[in-house]
Design a protein around this ligand. Structure first.
Ligand code: ADP
Ligand code: MG
Length: 342
């Protein structure tokens, strides 16, 4: 459906800033792909380049195999929904959804039917005559989505679509949308800086850093095997230490940690998932003091400070047996929660 081939966009004096730096990416029909990255990593530029709102300095964008160079935005057949999802305040909900259809000269009766169908689809049946100002944030988001879907774009692109919504509403909408897109067979390219959102929505996640792709994979793959320390830290993993691998073990500031036999020898980094940081009696393993603990709903995040050397680390404990600040504990490391980062 969509191919980016070494797509590059430069900005600034002497065009020295590479907002998009040789990005190659394929999106198959009916796929939901979510681009994840920190602010400024080039996510919006990527969408704007596909939509034709920003021109490439080099490389190509192909839609269904056709090079889009010189094709204006309204001829590309893609829908783009921006972060602020500005609805037209002078139009009611129905008027907003009908916007793209009017632009395409769709006859009145067909338009009305399509608007009703779409409002129904996004869970706002009969909302045609409601004024934009009387809609809640979540309802406005749904209307904006219906408006983007109305002209049946072959590719729907969403730029931080849930940024303005509170967490509960966002989590519900993301799940609903994923089901809706799968039912409709819509091809979706969404961008977000929120990992939870990306992992909940996507069939495939693309992690971006400084205009480049740092990793692509299924949400599970990326979560289980972050490609490098940047991706790991961006996903919120903080237990990362430099390591030197010899056969079956790695020397780290936290002592010797187990790694798979097949791990290449030499310098690397290790990530230890908080679930793999196991608390043991104080006279065993790595001696630590509990610096803080934070309730996370399903578990307690325990912040530990090694008493001799090494950076602080975090353990995920069951609510029942989490130690308190000032306690002294021992720490053991579970091999299955250790990831070797190149
Ligand atoms: P993201 O959406 O991931 O936050 P953007 O694609 O908006 O990132 O921006 C990527 C980089 O390009 C940033 O450094 C940003 O400042 C720069 N940039 C984006 N648009 C423009 C523009 N129109 N002019 C100059 N620099 C821009
Ligand atoms: Mg952006």
């Amino acid at each position: 459906m969509l191919n980016l081939d070494q797509a590059t966009v430069r900005f600034g004096r002497h065009r020295a800033l590479r907002a998009l730096d040789g990005v190659t990416l394929d999106v198959a029909a009916h796929d939901i792909v979510c681009v994840l990255g920190p602010s400024g990593s080039g996510k919006s530029t990527l969408l704007r380049a596909v939509a034709g709102l920003t021109l490439l300095d080099s490389g190509r964008v192909l839609l269904e195999g056709h090079d889009q160079q010189g094709v204006p935005p309204h001829r590309r057949g893609v829908g783009l929904m921006f972060q602020d999802h500005q609805l037209f305040p002078q139009h009611d909900a129905g008027g907003n959804v009908a916007f793209g259809l009017r632009m395409h000269g769709t006859p009145r009766r067909e338009r009305d039917a399509r608007v009703a169908e779409l409002l129904d689809l996004v869970g706002l049946p009969g909302a045609e005559r409601r004024a934009v100002g009387t809609l809640s944030g979540g309802e406005q988001q749904r209307v904006a989505l219906a408006r983007a879907l109305a002209p049946r774009p072959r590719l729907l692109m969403l730029d931080e679509p849930f940024g303005q919504l509170d967490r509960t509403l966002r989590e519900r909408l993301v799940t609903e949308l994923r089901d809706l897109f799968h039912d409709l067979g819509t091809t979706v390219l969404a961008v977000t800086h929120d990992q939870g959102e990306a992992f909940a929505l996507a069939d495939r996640v693309v992690v971006m850093a400084d205009g480049r792709i740092a990793q692509t994979g299924s949400p599970l793959d990326v979560w289980r095997h972050p490609a490098d320390t940047f991706v790991a830290r961006f996903l919120g993993f903080d237990n990362i230490v430099p390591a030197t691998v010899t056969t079956g073990a790695a020397a780290t500031p936290w002592g010797k940690l187990p790694v798979p036999e097949s791990t290449p020898h030499g310098a690397c980094h290790l990530l230890v998932r908080p679930a793999g940081v196991r608390l043991v009696p104080a006279d065993q393993g790595l001696a630590c003091t509990v610096a803080a603990r934070t309730f996370r709903g399903t578990h307690v995040a325990v912040r530990l400070r090694p008493t001799t050397e090494g950076p602080p680390l975090e353990a995920a404990c069951a609510l029942r047996d989490a130690p308190g600040p000032g306690d002294t504990v021992g720490v053991a490391f579970d091999e299955q929660d250790i990831v070797v980062l190149p």
